[in-house]
Design a protein around this ligand. Structure first.
Ligand SMILES: [Zn+2]
Length: 264
């Protein structure tokens, strides 16, 4: 039975149980991965997960708005933002705004900017190296270069200031969208290695000076990694979440569910 993310989005939008069951089984593990990265404090805090699920279930939730034909990565990138919205952000020790970061890191190449930006997303140099397919020592070196550039631009510098101000910087980047900003497909083509050199050239010229797009690009790279080897919950593991969200148990045989998914 192939039930796609596209069908899930359609079914959740129409509040069909099938969609919610799929959402719980496939994306609770994804939400947990995001929480493990972005949640400060005790990792066992189940209430954040519950808040994300309950908020997704609200009729006014914007999570299920995409009408793109193959929207899974787009969807998971949105889901990540919803997870962050449910997490309290600690006040940064020393404020660092996006304009300062943009000015300081201006001399960096696109890839170097991605390395620096992934620090705001709490990725270590080793993890960054995996995401961007480079040697950990390269990621480390670029981090050092970015830190030096930043130190030259701020009054009170600290080595951890990008990470500490990550949430605020991320929020600022999301709102800093312009008319030339690129659609998710462009970035996904690049991630999948489908971009032509000409396309890549155009893309780089815009992206390298647009932190909205750098953030977007980094988030999609993150999504690809998060979805790699994602293991859905079993029926038993899903049950408490279905109960919490009031999703009906489907007693129909699988083939009937499949037919309903096709025609409904
Ligand atoms: Zn842009």
């Amino acid at each position: 039975m192939i039930y796609t993310c596209y069908e899930m989005i359609r079914d959740c939008r129409a509040d069909r149980a099938e969609g919610w069951r799929h959402f719980i089984a496939c994306y609770v593990p994804v939400i947990r991965k995001f929480l493990a990265r972005y949640q400060a404090g005790p990792p066992a805090d189940a209430s954040a997960l519950e808040r994300v699920l309950v908020s997704a279930r609200q009729p006014q939730s914007t999570l299920f708005q995409s009408r793109e034909p193959a929207p899974e990565r787009w969807f998971v990138a949105e889901l990540r933002q919803k997870v962050l919205e449910e997490l309290p952000s600690s006040a940064p020790a020393a404020g660092l705004d996006l304009e300062t970061v943009a000015a300081a890191l201006e001399p960096l190449t696109l890839v170097e900017k991605q390395v620096a930006w992934l620090e705001t997303m709490l990725y270590s140099p080793a993890e960054t190296a995996v995401l961007l397919r480079m040697a950990p020592s390269t990621a480390e070196k670029i981090r050092g270069k970015a830190a030096d550039l930043l130190r030259g631009k701020v009054d009170s510098w600290s080595r951890t200031m990008l990470a500490e101000n990550g949430r605020e910087l991320g929020r600022a980047a999301v709102t800093a969208t312009g008319e030339e900003c690129l659609p998710p497909k462009t970035f996904l083509d690049m991630v999948d290695g489908r971009t032509t050199w000409q396309g890549r050239d155009q893309l780089e010229r815009h992206v390298t000076r647009c932190w909205h797009c750098i953030d977007h690009f980094c988030r999609l790279v993150e999504v690809v990694e998060v979805l790699r080897g994602n293991k859905p919950l079993s029926e038993a593991e899903s049950a408490p979440f279905r109960e919490r969200l009031g999703v009906a148990v489907d007693k129909r045989p699988v083939w009937k569910r499949w037919l309903a998914g096709r025609t409904g």
